[in-house]
Each structure stands twice: as structure tokens, then as C-alpha cells.
Design a protein around this ligand. Structure first.
Ligand SMILES: [Ca+2]
Ligand SMILES: [Ca+2]
Length: 190
């Protein structure tokens, strides 16, 4: 009888130790979720032709280059980079010389004037993608909501507009085949 009591007591102790479900009058569940959206940016215009521009001259795209956050809801920050096409003219920053050209870029809702572009808007061949900010790839003092960061996806809308300024060679010894350069817009969650 004594042994039976000992067994019963031991069994009761085990039940109480293991008795999370047996003894508690509440319990919890931890929740997790993964966003199914991905960061995504699309340029609805695949090419842009500056058409005829004189040597030593300059041009800013006359039709808007839309930048579409098509992530479905992730806010995005944009970076820009450029690749110069092989052969022909060479990309530079500053005033282009013989067989050289320069490209500058800003995000803005309306077309900027040439004077609105600055050195912090320069693109050059082979550089790592550089982030857009309040002055980088932007016109100082213009509306922050137009600049190349914190772009909220709005369905059916191009959230940002990109303007590219081309500065032509001062003079040329070689012809340039087209496309002469490719500009890349990269997005990151921001
Ligand atoms: Ca959109
Ligand atoms: Ca700038």
C-alpha cells in the first residue's frame, strides 16, 4: 500500500511538471508573416532619342521618362548608374571635349532647365549606382515628393519622372553608333 501511494504521488508530480496544457487556464500563439511583394521598378519607356543636337550643344528630354514603382506597396529609393556603349564617343563629367559627351540626371515632376543640373547630378561610365537624394539627382529646393526616394506605389501612376541632360562633344573625329549609352534605375526598399 505504501509503495502504491509512492507511485501515485510520483505520477501526480510528473503530471504537474508536464502539465502546461493540463494545468494552465490560458495559452498563447506567436504570429509570423512574410510580405509576398518584391521591390520592383519599371521604366515604361525602353528607349529615348535626343534626335538632332548640334555639336557643343545640349538637350534635356522633351518627353517625360516615367519611373514606375510597381511593387504593389513597398516604398522605394532609387539609385542611378550609366554604361557607355563601346567605341565611338566617351562619357565624361563636366564640359565634354573632342569625342566626349556628358549625361546628368534629375528626378523632377516638370522639365528642368539646363541651369538646374549640377555636378551632383553627373552620371559616368562604370561607376557604382549612386543614390538619389535631396540634391543628388535632384534640383535643389524643388519639392521633396518629386525626388528619387521614398516613392510610394500608386496604381496606374508613374511615381517619379526622370530628366536626362545630354551635353554633346565639342567636336568629333569619330561617329557614334546608337544607343550611345544606357542609364539604369535601381530600386531598394526605403
Ligand atoms: Ca506604380
Ligand atoms: Ca542636383
Amino acid at each position: 500500500m505504501k509503495n502504491q501511494m509512492r507511485c501515485l504521488t510520483a505520477l501526480l508530480a510528473v503530471c504537474m511538471l508536464a502539465g502546461h496544457a493540463w494545468a494552465a487556464n490560458s495559452d498563447d500563439v506567436a504570429l509570423s508573416v512574410t510580405v509576398s511583394n518584391s521591390v520592383s521598378v519599371t521604366l515604361p519607356t525602353a528607349t529615348y532619342d535626343f534626335a538632332s543636337v548640334a555639336l557643343g550643344g545640349q538637350s534635356v528630354n522633351t518627353s517625360a521618362l516615367g519611373v514606375d514603382n510597381d511593387s504593389g506597396g513597398i516604398r522605394e529609393d532609387y539609385s542611378l548608374s550609366m554604361v557607355d556603349s563601346a567605341g565611338g564617343w566617351t562619357a565624361v563629367t563636366g564640359v565634354p571635349s573632342t569625342d566626349q559627351y556628358a549625361i546628368q540626371a534629375v528626378f523632377a515632376s516638370t522639365q528642368p532647365a539646363h541651369a538646374d543640373f549640377a555636378a551632383n547630378d553627373d552620371l559616368d561610365d562604370g561607376l557604382a549606382a549612386a543614390a538619389a537624394g535631396d540634391t543628388a539627382f535632384a534640383v535643389d529646393g524643388w519639392v521633396a515628393a518629386d525626388k528619387g526616394y521614398d516613392a510610394k506605389d500608386r496604381a496606374g501612376t508613374h511615381e517619379r519622372t526622370l530628366w536626362l541632360r545630354l551635353r554633346m562633344p565639342s567636336d568629333i573625329t569619330v561617329s557614334q553608333s546608337n544607343p550611345f549609352a544606357t542609364v539604369w534605375v535601381s530600386a531598394a526598399a526605403g
